[in-house]
Structure formats: structure tokens, C-alpha cells
Design a binder for this molecule. Structure first.
Ligand code: DGI
Ligand code: FE
Ligand code: FE
Ligand code: FE
Length: 187
């Protein structure tokens, strides 16, 4: 798969600000991959595609969830979750990506999941700490990410769950399972 083609195709799907976010997630993912010994090229491909579907209409996301047999419980939770699993399907169908680790890094970049691979953790975390992100606590997670990937992922999961609860929103069970699992891993 030509990287140029992926970049061009993704750029066309996204408004400028989200495209710039994507480029920063790619840079951050490559950096984390180098630091923690993951495949930098896989990290870059997953990062480029991670938000490919972010601006698709709800109906289109729902159609892909149904047609591709994705977990229908997603429809009971925040719509923000949908673009990630659909993005993995699109990466496979539209770009012929077969590498399960790349597909899973896209698929779980929003929810997380228990037993994330190194690549999954990297894309999940890069999305959270890329230099354009500015919210309370992000600096602390960036610091942690310099030395301890698992603790940084746990902190990101914790903060996301607290953020959702503070806003009176549901938490997708997979996110809770991901957090509980990381807690055991880092104990
Ligand atoms: O697509 P991005 O904005 O770059 O980031 P993302 O795909 O990680 O989406 C994050 C948003 O999703 C964040 O504002 C919280 C929201 N969200 C809603 N419900 C859930 C959720 N995030 C998680 N992890 N779990 C949820 O149940
Ligand atoms: Fe996303
Ligand atoms: Fe995220
Ligand atoms: Fe993102």
C-alpha cells in the first residue's frame, strides 16, 4: 500500500483541523513505536487511518456496523465510538489492509480493550497525547508516556472514564474492561 495514496485518500475525508490531528497522531505514533520497540511503519499506517470515518454521517456508520456484523451494542452507546470499528472495516475493504494488528489498532483506538497489543496501545495513547491536545492532565500523561507505556494508557483510560461520568454519559463496557485490565498489568 502506497503511503502517499493513504495520506491523500484520508485527507479528502477530513476537515483541515482533523487532518492536522491525524498527522500529529502519526508523528506521535512513530515516536512511541521507536521508543517502545513497535513496528514504526505499522504504527504510521494505523495512525493515518484511525479517524478516517470520524466525519461520516451517523446513518452511514450504522449501515457499516450492521452490514459488517460489528457489535450492535455499540449503537446503545456514545456515537463517538462508532468511527473506530468502522474505520478498521474500511481499512480492510477500501485499502486492502490485512494486518490484524493494524486493523485492531484502528478498531480499538477509541474504546480500548483488555489485552491491547503494543501497537494498539501506541495508537490509543498517541491519539490522546498528540501535541495538539490540550486538556487538564494531558501533560502528566505525556510525561508518563516517556517511560511507562502501560501507566500512560491506564491514566488515559482513567481520565476518559472520569470525563464521561462527569458529563453524565455512559461508559462503553469495553473501556471499563480495558481499564481494569491495565490496572492489573501495572499493579
Ligand atoms: O476521534 P478522536 O476525537 O481523535 O478521539 P477518540 O476516537 O479517542 O474519541 C474520544 C472521544 O470519545 C472522547 O471525547 C470520549 C468519547 N467517548 C464516548 N464514549 C466513550 C468514549 N471514549 C471511550 N474510551 N469510551 C466510551 O465509552
Ligand atoms: Fe478517533
Ligand atoms: Fe482516543
Ligand atoms: Fe483521533
Amino acid at each position: 500500500m502506497e503511503l502517499d495514496l493513504l495520506l491523500q485518500a484520508t485527507k479528502e475525508q477530513l476537515p483541515q483541523h482533523r487532518w492536522e490531528h491525524t498527522l500529529r497522531v502519526a508523528e506521535t505514533s512513530i515516536r512511541l513505536a521507536r521508543r517502545f520497540g513497535a513496528d514504526e511503519q505499522k504504527a504510521e499506517v494505523a495512525a493515518i487511518l484511525h479517524d478516517y470515518c470520524k466525519f461520516w454521517p451517523d446513518e452511514q456508520l450504522v449501515r457499516w456496523i450492521m452490514d459488517r456484523g460489528l457489535p450492535e451494542d455499540l449503537l446503545q452507546f456514545n456515537k463517538e465510538l462508532w468511527h473506530a470499528p468502522v474505520g478498521a472495516e474500511v481499512a480492510e475493504v477500501r485499502f486492502g489492509i490485512q494486518d490484524e494488528d493494524i486493523l485492531n489498532a484502528i478498531r480499538y483506538h477509541t474504546s480500548g480493550r483488555p489485552q491491547m497489543s503494543l501497537l494498539e496501545k501506541i495508537v490509543f495513547l498517541a491519539d490522546y497525547i498528540e501535541p495538539g491536545r490540550r486538556f487538564p492532565g494531558v501533560e502528566e500523561v505525556r510525561k508518563t508516556a516517556e517511560s511507562d507505556l502501560d501507566r500512560a494508557v491506564l491514566a488515559a483510560l482513567d481520565k476518559t472514564i472520569v470525563f464521561l461520568i462527569e458529563r453524565g454519559q455512559k461508559v462503553y463496557p469495553l473501556t471499563l474492561h480495558a481499564r481494569n485490565h491495565m490496572l492489573e498489568q501495572t499493579a
